[in-house]
Design a protein around this ligand. Structure first.
Ligand code: UTP
Length: 279
């Protein structure tokens, strides 16, 4: 059974400067709730209650968010404002949180490797909290992926169809379709130009990884931009026939940039906040 979920959250968030100069981008609120809280809610809904975070300098607010604020709670005790804290209190009660730091920001693959002491030798999920995933119709995206893991017992990446001109922002897969929403991955290319992209199926920020990934990341040389890419390590796993790509059900918003962030805000205001489901 998968119990652990890793949140790499050490990146600089340069696309959101100056907001992210002194504040982690994972703390940016979508209406009233920070991105990281949506991510932890999704993990808990999927049955993953051991939360591991890879943070970096200037990211203390993440730890403080998942802790009790005695003064504040004392202040609002007995008032109707207490309802605003019900969601976060539930996460604090039902999850355990552990943290480590990535000292040098050497890419997502490297950040995941930094999480190894918190994960150990077991399969685990990875959530990039700036990719906000919601499914109003049923299971969250991680819960959908856990079900697939239980069937295939191998690494799984979440994918989405993207317009050709956007392949340069993603890792893109080539694979064999084995169900209308599942592909066995043959290869992957990191941020290909449209003419070099093997498909329009882009990897987004949800993964289930088997622990052999750590050795594979260790063997991975820095790629584009001097960063150690997770795509390169996954590619090696795929060559052994053990990576699936899953076209998830639900919406995904790239909240690392202004456009996706605004779309997510409008969507959540309409479907969660106004309907009282936002706390
Ligand atoms: P991004 O590619 O979105 O990079 O990282 P970023 O630095 O956060 O943001 P921009 O592009 O400068 O605006 C994807 C995820 O990987 C984490 C980020 O925190 C984010 O969740 N990451 C990336 C790390 O933890 N460490 C790294 O060295 C790089």
């Amino acid at each position: 059974m998968i119990k652990k979920c890793l949140f790499p959250a050490a990146g600089y968030g340069t696309r959101f400067l100056p907001a992210t100069k002194a504040m982690p981008k994972e703390m940016l609120p979508i209406v009233n709730k920070p991105l990281i809280q949506y991510g932890v809610e999704e993990a808990l809904e999927a049955g993953l209650s051991e939360i591991a975070m890879v943070t970096g300098r200037g990211k203390r607010a993440l730890e403080d968010h998942f802790d009790i604020s005695y003064e504040l709670e004392h202040q609002i005790q007995g008032s109707d404002k207490e309802k605003y804290l019900l969601g976060i209190r539930r996460l604090i009660d039902e999850c355990s949180f552990s943290y480590t730091r990535q000292v040098e920001m050497k890419g997502l693959g490297h950040a995941i490797l930094c999480g190894r002491p918190l994960i150990g030798d077991e399969p685990f999920a990875v959530v990039l909290a700036d990719d906000l995933c919601l499914n109003l119709e049923g299971d969250g995206v991680l819960a959908q992926m856990i079900k697939l893991y239980n069937q295939f017992r191998c690494s799984i990446v979440a994918i989405q169809e993207v317009p050709a001109e956007e392949t340069q922002k993603y890792g893109v897969i080539a694979g064999e379709m084995i169900r209308d929403d599942i592909y066995r991955v043959h290869s992957m290319v990191e941020k290909p130009k449209p003419e070099d992209a093997p498909s329009n199926l882009a990897i987004i920020g949800r993964y289930i990884l088997t622990p052999d990934i750590f050795e594979l990341i260790e063997q991975t040389e820095p790629g584009k931009g001097g960063e150690i890419q997770i795509t390169d390590a996954l590619m090696k796993q795929a060559q052994n026939g053990c990576v699936m790509a899953y076209k998830f059900k639900g919406q995904r918003f790239d909240c690392g940039g202004a456009e996706g962030y605004i779309e997510a805000t409008n969507f959540c205001y309409e479907h969660l906040y106004k309907t009282g489901k936002a706390f």
